[in-house]
Ligand binder design. Structure first.
Ligand code: ADP
Length: 379
């Protein structure tokens, strides 16, 4: 990174995560360039430069790398093999590609966690031609790659549903795992710097409906022991992977206090969006600080608690929902973030709202989330 010049960070991916990162890059005096396929992608309007091309197209990344000091990821649907020749020829990826390798495929990720002795749900890779007889339903079927927002995750109630899935996913590598009757879902963001220092954000509770995140409550109302388990797992993971940058880690908390890792996202994550308004240093700023070798930021809350609610599409439309957004913005302590996506589809993440509050009580935080949803979704 040349002295006296702004550090130029390249992000593979131009969705809402890069859009939020671009705002923080500007505040930190960095340049953020993105690689993204479409001119309507959220980050295009905010990035200092855009290299158009598919996420998995390494030749586009090569062009991005020519313009940047360091390349990072807002999207993990990359072609790792094709990128490795760039890394060998001196392109600086943060995290480096070997840290991403065990994480990009859900089956590999489960194996990696198991090898480290980190608790995960029982799982098995599935061969459609030799289906085992002895499933106890429900089971959860997951595509090994390209899954997001519940796309590629199916909860199967019985053999009939399994047989149906066998037709839909006949040519797709999948795994199955036990259905965990969790008490709560938790998540945490954690960043590691090149010095080896790891910073962990407050543990949050996430609420999913139909496998899509609806809201996030922070701090999670969990005891000291659970907090400690989450922190220990996070630190172990980041150190083992020698990650530089931030990871999002999702957990299942069972009624007997077990903490199982569900998924690791090697990037900023929806469960950390609250940090933009509720923490001294947001997940986006922290990630940029780590990849650009800037000093570590403070991940702590600057308010008692916070609620983040995703504004999900519920119809096909081209509306910008201005009236609903204005109503939401009138609630006290509320910050509305609108990603400016041109097309609305059911389940699509269009924006989010964060409410900062003095309260840390779960039922009060849930009531805030419900209030926001009652304004956003039609009755
Ligand atoms: P994605 O990568 O699409 O986010 P996840 O694996 O995180 O998929 O699953 C999405 C949601 O589906 C989880 O947050 C959880 O609510 C539910 N889910 C996933 N796996 C299981 C499981 N093994 N048992 C119970 N629920 C699960």
């Amino acid at each position: 990174m040349k002295q006296g010049q702004k550090t130029r960070v390249g992000a593979i991916g131009g969705g809402q995560l890069a859009w939020m990162m671009a705002l923080e890059a500007e505040a930190l005096g960095l340049e953020l360039m993105v690689q993204t396929p479409k001119s309507s992608d959220p980050a295009v309007s905010r990035a200092s430069e855009v290299i158009f091309g598919a996420i998995a197209d390494a030749t586009t990344t090569e062009r991005l790398a020519e313009r940047c000091d360091v390349i990072t990821f807002e999207n993990e649907f990359i072609d790792l093999e094709a990128l490795s020749s760039l890394e060998q020829s001196g392109v600086c990826f943060r995290p480096r590609l070997s840290a991403l390798k065990p994480l990009l495929d859900k089956y590999d990720q489960r194996c990696f966690l198991q090898d480290l002795g980190i608790p995960v749900p029982w799982f098995k890779s599935l061969n459609w031609h030799h289906l085992p007889e002895n499933f106890s339903f429900p089971v959860v079927l997951k595509t090994r790659r390209q899954g997001y927002d519940g796309q590629g995750t199916l909860i199967l109630k019985d053999r009939e549903e399994l047989n149906k899935a066998a037709k839909t996913f006949a040519d797709v590598p999948v795994l199955v795992e036990e259905f965990v009757p969790f008490e709560r879902e938790l998540a945490v963001m954690a960043a590691r710097f090149s010095s080896g220092e790891v910073v962990v954000y407050p543990v949050v509770e996430t609420q999913q409906i139909n496998q899509v995140c609806r809201w996030v409550l922070v701090p999670a109302e969990v005891g000291e022991k659970v907090q400690q388990k989450v922190t220990e797992i996070s630190q172990k993971l980041l150190n083992e992977l020698e990650v530089i940058g931030i990871l999002g880690i999702e957990f299942f908390l069972t009624s007997d206090g077990q903490v199982l890792v569900n998924e690791i996202a090697p990037r900023t994550h929806n469960s950390g969006h609250f940090s933009l308004d509720a923490c001294y240093t947001s997940q986006f700023a922290q990630h940029l600080r780590a990849v650009a070798d800037l000093p570590v930021g403070d991940p702590s809350l600057k308010c008692g608690g916070a609620v983040m609610v995703n504004l999900l599409g519920y119809e096909e439309s081209e509306s910008d929902y201005l009236q609903e957004r204005e109503r939401l913005a009138q609630l006290p302590g509320t910050h509305v973030h609108w990603y400016g996506k041109p097309e609305v589809r059911p389940g699509r993440k269009l924006g989010h709202v964060t409410v900062c509050t003095d309260s840390t009580k779960r039922e009060e935080l849930v009531a805030i989330a419900q209030k926001i949803e009652s304004i956003w979704y039609p009755a």
